[in-house]
Design a protein around this ligand. Structure first.
Ligand code: ADP
Length: 406
């Protein structure tokens, strides 16, 4: 028997080796652990930094079993894991968090919509689509536009289509390709919010402040923590809803509830994620306990950490690959960014830059949300493109027209 301290450390296995696994690994180091990852590609963000990398994909059950052997808990960087493989692990006695019954609601939007409706939670009107004509029939009842969605497999808005009229060819093509579809009413909204909570197998739960997720082209570009101007009662309602969903679905680990704030002020659930989430990256610097540490604590059934914010206003901005290749290398861009914004915290994922791909993020803390947000936007845009916005001077930190006005 190996009684060395290394052997006694818990091993958390994360299926997938993207940036979420990479940042979870960073949190694992502080807890004296080293995350084990199942990496589809040796160049995946976490595979580049973890010591314990298993090559393989979660559709390959033997690879998944070998990866899970010896793990104190198996958890996920993404949802693309076949249910039957998860159940095989559970049957073999592997502690899988979240378990397959819970995870199904983050894998399948139809299952999720039906379950939440069963819990009496307000969601958009929706219907399963088996034939192209069903989309127009749904719109006849609920009006155009409608939102067509792949029930499984979509992310970052891929798998979501806003339809302003019947598009039978698109629907037929998707159905012919075997894509399970649903159609939803297009929710008239003020903005999008997210409520992030953690729940341990013991049943302890913790919630972070509700955030606003700013979207562009179906992709999150910024997260504002806390959501500016959100009524305290509405924020508490969102947290309670997320805690209730976590408990009812038996979620272990993190649960992110993506919400729409409708124009009439009501909250509507958009979708669920059961893993660290882009809407929680701000917690690395902006909360006493980051989402990544909390996820590890939760899946290992440790007591959870304090979620108190470290500043009145925190903004996370994603660094997206630019449409045009920047002239400067990323390293040069980081160098210049640090010269201009010494307080901005940078997280790069080790990914090649491609248009609109999330290659990193920045976090800014402060007292005034508007000021923090504009600094985060400038920093992220600079890292993306290597260009400052027209008229903005990195030397003075102001727009030229402001200088001229002054
Ligand atoms: P993904 O799983 O790819 O993230 P989502 O279901 O979150 O897809 O949808 C992506 C984006 O599309 C949402 O953030 C929102 O901006 C928009 N969207 C999705 N569903 C609706 C809806 N029913 N009404 C209005 N906008 C929607």
């Amino acid at each position: 028997m190996d009684a060395s301290p290394v052997a006694r450390r818990p091993i958390v296995g994360m299926v997938g080796a993207g940036q979420l696994a990479r940042m979870t690994h960073q949190a694992a180091i502080a807890l004296g652990q080293s995350l084990r990852v199942l990496a589809a590609d040796p160049a995946d963000p976490a595979a580049l930094v973890c010591a314990d990398v298993h090559a393989g994909v979660p559709t390959d059950l033997p690879a998944l079993r070998a990866f899970a052997r010896g793990c104190s808990a198996v958890t996920f960087d993404h949802e693309q894991v076949p249910q039957e493989n998860l159940r095989a692990l559970v049957d073999a006695g592997v502690p899988v968090h979240p378990g397959p019954d819970a995870l199904l609601h983050a894998q399948d939007k139809l299952v999720m919509r039906r379950r939440l409706a069963g819990l009496g939670l307000v969601g958009p009107a929706f219907s399963e689509v088996h034939q192209p004509g069903e989309v127009a029939a749904f719109a006849a009842e609920h009006g155009w536009p409608v939102v067509l969605k792949a029930a499984r497999g979509g992310y970052d808005g891929r798998g979501v289509w806003l339809l302003r009229g019947p598009e039978p060819d698109l629907v037929a093509e998707l159905l012919a390709a075997g894509t399970p579809l649903l159609v939803e009413e297009a929710v008239p909204m003020r903005r999008e919010l997210a409520a992030l909570v953690a729940r341990s197998p013991f049943g302890q739960a913790a919630a972070w402040p509700v955030v606003e997720t700013v979207q562009e082209d179906g992709q999150c570009v910024q997260v504002l923590a806390p959501a500016p101007g959100l009524d305290d009662a509405v924020a508490a309602q969102a947290q309670e809803m997320a805690l209730r969903i976590a408990a009812e679905l038996g979620v272990t680990g993190l649960l992110a509830v993506e919400l729409f704030e409708r124009t009439d002020g009501a909250l509507v659930v958009n979708e669920l994620a059961m893993r660290p989430h882009n809407s929680g990256h701000w917690t690395i610097e902006g909360s006493r306990t980051s989402q990544f540490e909390q996820h590890l604590r939760a899946v290992l059934d440790y007591p959870l950490g304090t979620t108190t914010p470290t500043a009145p206003a925190v903004v996370m901005a994603n660094v997206l690959g630019a449409a045009r290749s920047p002239a400067m290398s990323m390293d040069e861009r980081v160098h210049h960014l640090f010269a201009r914004f010494p307080d901005v915290k940078v997280h790069l994922y080790g990914k090649a830059e491609r248009p609109a791909r999330k290659v990193g993020h920045v976090t800014v803390l402060g007292d005034d949300m508007a000021a923090v947000r504009s600094r985060a936007a400038l920093a992220a845009a600079w890292l993306s493109t290597g260009e400052w916005p027209d008229g903005w001077s990195p030397h003075t930190g102001t727009y030229e027209r402001e200088v001229q006005r002054a």
